[in-house]
Design a protein around this ligand. Structure first.
Ligand code: UT7
Length: 333
């Protein structure tokens, strides 16, 4: 939530990075019993990117971060904190934010990963906002980065058609006098009662890596797609409504909505529930697929760079993910 505070927070720059290699629906037809037509119609996805061998989550994060820093006219030396949202870290330990810190050559600032699945970037922006508003920090790097293809089973058509690899980043800064952009509010939620809808069971303390894990494919994500679909529409619609009510705004006053890019049909249903035309909803799923924590920053960056999103416009971010986590963040860009 927001906001009584000393300072205002703004996004000074955005960046994104998609690995070169592309996996098309047609190629997936050779791996599982599916079709290009089914995937396009049921999800809106035509292709997704895949990290190369030897390319890790921290590498994708590095490229996206450098682009965001460049737009923000900052260097790694300016960074006061790194927040990296991911469900596909380089390793369980150390956190990938520390790996990124070293790759960037950033100062010895606080650096941590956020585990909130596809909501992770919105969670990260909210945490950054709190530190900027109240504290001495001026420049926080928030990143969503995923190499999902390494935790997806390419024999499971329920999941493998959806996911891709990508990273997106934002440099979140203290607004100076004369800069009127600001984060108005954030509303974040989690409902652990339905955490079984989307899981990666292996590799933690419940199922440490063992032959049993490998024999049962517990090292891969698994989900109840239809249930997630319903909850995604419900939670994102509610979080958007909450943002409007809190700020006493109407849907007409929102210039752009950037929803988590999980499925075009989920996005369309949220727009309908929320009462906003699809022309105001940024959709970038066709060539990326669902890149979990990266979808919101990648979509934001694309819309900023191609001029759709302009300074001074009201932009509403919304996401949901495993947990089930969800939330919204409303800002004047
Ligand atoms: O970031 C959060 C991550 N997760 C999600 O966002 C998942 C949200 N859920 C979804 O996006 C959708 O539920 C899916 C895309 C996963 C599935 O679409 P659906 O419209 O909910 O399909 P369904 O599960 O109701 O299945 C419909 C039919 C079934 O066949 P029958 O029983 O009607 O004969 C499935 O067996 O489609 C079949 N099917 C497929 N056919 C071709 C399921 N997956 C596939 C597939 N290719 N990949």
């Amino acid at each position: 939530m927001a906001h009584t505070s000393t300072y205002r927070t703004r996004i000074a720059g955005t960046g994104s990075y998609l690995p070169e290699k592309i996996l098309t629906n047609v190629e997936l037809e050779k791996l599982v019993d599916t079709s290009d037509a089914w995937i396009r119609e049921r999800t809106g996805i035509a292709s997704r990117h895949m990290a190369a061998d030897g390319e890790f989550t921290s590498d994708l994060a590095f490229h996206a971060s450098m682009r965001a820093l460049e737009m923000a006219e900052r260097t790694p030396a300016d960074i006061d904190m790194i927040l990296l949202a991911t469900v596909s870290p380089d390793q369980i330990m150390p956190n990938t934010a520390c790996v990124l810190q070293a790759k960037l050559g950033a100062p010895e600032c606080m650096a941590l990963d956020i585990s909130a699945a596809c909501s992770g970037f919105v969670y990260g922006l909210a945490i950054a906002d709190q530190f900027i508003r109240t504290g001495p920090l001026k420049n926080i790097l928030v990143v969503g980065a995923e190499v999902l293809h390494r935790i997806v089973n390419y024999k499971d058509r329920d999941t493998c058609i959806l996911f891709g690899d990508a990273a997106g980043a934002a440099v979140v800064t203290r607004a100076e006098e004369g800069q009127d952009s600001t984060i108005y509010s954030h509303h974040l939620h989690a409902d652990g009662k339905i955490s079984d809808l989307f899981v990666l069971p292996g590799g933690g303390s419940v199922h440490p890596i063992s032959q049993y894990v490998l024999d049962n494919n517990l090292q891969y994500v698994r989900m109840k797609g239809r249930e997630i679909f319903k909850n995604a529409v419900r939670t994102m619609s509610q979080a958007c409504q909450e943002a409007l009510e809190y700020n006493q705004m109407s849907a007409d006053q929102v210039d752009w909505v950037i929803p988590h890019q999980a499925n075009i049909r989920i996005i369309e249903a949220v727009a309908k529930h929320f009462g906003i035309p699809m022309e105001k909803v940024v959709v970038e799923i066709e060539d990326t697929g669902n890149t979990s924590a990266a979808t919101v920053p990648v979509t934001l960056d694309r819309a900023v760079r191609d001029g759709r999103i302009q300074r001074g416009q009201n932009v509403l971010l919304t996401a949901f993910g495993a947990g089930i986590t969800s939330g919204s963040l409303l800002m004047r860009f």
